[in-house]
Design a protein around this ligand. Structure first.
Ligand SMILES: [Zn+2]
Length: 301
């Protein structure tokens, strides 16, 4: 099944706030959050979490990576739940200390507020993105015990970013893969999300495929369950290969002019996509990274 709405996914696991930019909540002996969405959605996430937990509070927030739309409301969560242990990769923590990176996240979050506004959700948080500290620096393959018969395993799965962690809950076969797998566009297209390294992205997909997830949580818009979870990882390999072939062709034709190829790729995929879609400046940043990554790869090989 492909689930495109927020609410209970099953078995004490929920998507809250906004289907486009969700926060995931695992209820259990200690409740746990995955990712922190957009800054503009902070009140929506908080309300959604409180509706499920009542007086109980989340104990951990696990971050997949330090992109603006995955860490946006983390500082708000820490204000609301002061004992929340924010957890992520060492490299994620380092990026959150960089003035330029934080400024970029602020700018992109202001633009990203459009996604929340256009979906008609209220109330909007108009405050800007604030950086924050990580309480727990996760090591690859580290297991966090949540109580009897429930744990979270942090998996190092680079390729989208270098700081990327996917989270595996073995007892429930839930995998929070976010952008370590491809994203669905509104028109059904699949967008491969490798940004920093194509081959590392493929290797990470192989690691995720082996887990045999029954609930696969994407970064945006959707959760795949059962056979659709298996199919989605397979389709993510295919979307990545298709993207590689298209971009290599453009790069050969334009003799490595990355900016020109970004224009061609944008014309081929983004321009014709209906809204809601990734905001233009975030899309252009990501596309430039993808094209440049492929150009460097062509030169290496
Ligand atoms: Zn991302």
């Amino acid at each position: 099944m492909i689930i495109k709405e927020i609410g209970e996914i099953g078995n004490g696991f929920y998507a809250v706030g906004s289907a486009g930019v969700p926060v995931y909540l695992l209820d259990g002996p200690v409740p746990v959050l995955f990712d922190a969405g957009l800054t503009a959605g902070a009140f929506l996430y908080e309300a959604g979490i409180k509706q499920i937990l009542g007086e109980r509070v989340p104990e951990y927030l696990f971050l997949t990576h330090s992109h603006f739309d995955h860490v946006g409301a983390a500082s708000h969560f820490k204000d609301v739940w002061q004992d929340l242990k924010i957890s992520g990769a060492v490299h994620c923590s380092e990026i959150l200390q960089k003035t330029k990176a934080v400024q970029l996240m602020r700018n992109l979050n202001f633009e990203g507020a459009r996604l929340i506004k256009e979906s008609g959700l209220e109330p909007i948080n108009d405050n800007g993105f604030e950086s924050f500290n990580l309480d727990i620096l996760l090591q690859p393959d580290q297991t966090i015990e949540l109580g009897p018969g429930l744990s979270v395993v942090a998996l190092n799965t680079p390729g989208h970013t270098w700081d990327f962690m996917s989270y595996w809950i073995p007892e429930k076969k839930i995998l929070v893969a976010s952008e370590a797998v491809a994203m669905y566009e509104a028109n059904g297209d699949l967008q491969s999300e490798f940004l920093v390294d194509f081959d590392a992205y493929i290797d990470s997909l192989k690691v995720l495929k082996k887990l045999g997830a029954e609930i696969l949580c994407l970064g945006h818009h959707v959760v795949c369950t059962g056979e659709d979870a298996v199919a989605h990882i397979e389709n993510s390999f295919q979307a990545s290969m298709d993207y590689l072939i298209m971009t290599e062709k453009f790069l050969a034709q334009e003799k490595g002019a990355v900016d020109k190829v970004v224009e061609l790729v944008k014309k081929a995929e983004w321009d014709t996509r209906p809204w809601p879609k990734q905001p233009e400046s975030a899309y252009l940043l990501n596309t430039w990274q993808r094209v440049n990554t492929i150009w460097n790869r062509m030169n290496r090989n």
